[in-house]
Design a binder for this molecule. Structure first.
Ligand SMILES: [Zn+2]
Length: 222
């Protein structure tokens, strides 16, 4: 199950469970749905929604076309390779990056964090990873220091959350259109220091930057 990753979206304490239900010590309960993942969304959020199937079909086709293979390999090259590495993936790539990374890393443990049920179902089917449905406007229901790497491809980056969920020494790998690379650098600067950047062809052939950042021990303040 998702043991070791999740925290209660109501009170923040650790969630654990068996038999299709997660519980926290305060007594909050969350069902693991028929599709195999829990929804840790409290109340209703307009930001939690599925994309149309045609949009997801097009994204799946692009990631599987071979045109993004150099990008997929560049991400693999910058992911930590230690045994049992824990990867939190919050990207929009429908599981292609985690699936490729897991191929070369036996014991890799990944958690897919998504706000789209349809995208989460596809990403889980492709990668075999655990997943959780979340409200992107709230802190993630993920424990502090529970990941060694955060992988965020073509999705919103949340540097304060990345910093919180990463263990000391962890890395954030952000994939973005190359023209946005400098802005990403500026956004994450208080929490992360730049480590290295690679470039590869991205969706629709536009150049993409694969940027690895190292977690600062303490965020900078000014
Ligand atoms: Zn709770």
């Amino acid at each position: 199950m998702q043991h070791g990753w999740l925290s209660c979206p109501r009170c923040g304490r650790d969630l654990d469970g068996e038999d299709g239900e997660l519980r926290c010590p305060s007594g909050h309960r969350f069902e693991v749905g028929r599709r195999g993942y829990p929804s840790l969304v409290v109340g209703r959020s307009p930001l939690v929604r599925s994309e149309p199937a045609a949009v997801l079909d097009a994204a799946d086709a692009e990631w599987g076309s071979g045109r993004l293979d150099a990008l997929i390999q560049a991400v693999e090259a910058v992911l930590p390779s230690c045994a049992g590495v824990r990867v939190l993936d919050c990207g929009s790539d429908l599981g292609h990056l985690v699936a490729a990374a897991a191929g070369g890393r036996p014991g890799l443990r990944a958690l897919l964090v998504r706000s789209s049920p349809a995208a989460l179902v596809r990403a889980r089917a492709r990668s075999g990873a655990h997943g959780v449905l979340v409200d992107p406007s709230r802190p993630w229901p993920v424990r502090d220091a529970s990941a060694d790497a955060v992988l965020c491809a073509f999705a919103d980056h949340r540097p304060a959350e990345f910093h919180r969920v990463l263990a000391p020494g962890g890395v954030a790998i952000i994939v973005a259109p190359q023209r946005q690379a400098a802005a990403v650098d500026d956004d994450v600067y208080p929490w992360f220091e730049h480590d290295q950047t690679r470039t590869a062809a991205g969706p629709s052939g536009a150049p993409a930057a694969i940027i690895r950042f190292r977690r600062r021990r303490r965020p900078l303040s000014w």
